[in-house]
Design a protein around this ligand. Structure first.
Ligand code: ATP
Length: 147
């Protein structure tokens, strides 16, 4: 079966490089599902969750927006910031969320509301993905207990 070669990079790091059956990305105009042989496309991405499906596996990444280039046999995601679900520090995201909420509550002079809203949104997405990761782990039966 045809696959897509997928690269997910930021200016700081390469998060993923490998084959996939499909990716689902947070396009500026809504979710985009990309399969092999997709028509060439260059699009912006908004902050959200990017999923890479391969066989029965699905890897989750959070991204803070960016660009995606699609060719029939490969996809390159250039993200502003991105994290692999397993690398998300949930306590740090909770702190960032509280900080942003406090700034939005205070609304004192000099507070950059747009920046605070964007920070809040990034934190909410990170928390949601990290919780999903926890749920998926909890879904896996612990075989040792069954024996
Ligand atoms: P914080 O206030 O906690 O730094 P932020 O939203 O301001 O959060 P960003 O500017 O989006 O942080 O990201 C800075 C770097 O830190 C990026 O490399 C990003 O991947 C990483 N990062 C941010 N928050 C987390 C987190 N909760 N877990 C893991 N990595 C994170």
């Amino acid at each position: 079966m045809a696959t897509l070669h997928v690269e997910i990079v930021t200016q700081e790091k390469r998060l993923f490089s490998g084959e996939a059956d499909m990716i689902i990305a947070p396009g500026g105009e809504g979710e985009l599902g990309i399969l092999p042989h997709h028509a060439p496309l260059l699009t912006t991405l908004k902050e959200g969750v990017l999923r890479v499906k391969q066989g029965g596996n699905e890897e989750y990444f959070t991204i803070g927006g960016g660009f995606m280039e699609v060719q029939p046999d490969h996809v390159v995601v250039l993200a502003d910031v991105a994290e692999k679900a397993d690398d998300i520090d949930i306590a740090r995201a909770e702190e960032a969320k509280q900080r942003a909420e406090q700034l939005l509550k205070d609304r004192s002079a000099g507070v950059d509301i747009d920046a605070a809203l964007a920070s809040l949104r990034r934190a909410q997405i990170r928390i949601a993905v990290a919780q999903k990761r926890g749920t998926r782990r909890a879904d896996v039966p612990d075989r040792r207990k069954e024996q």
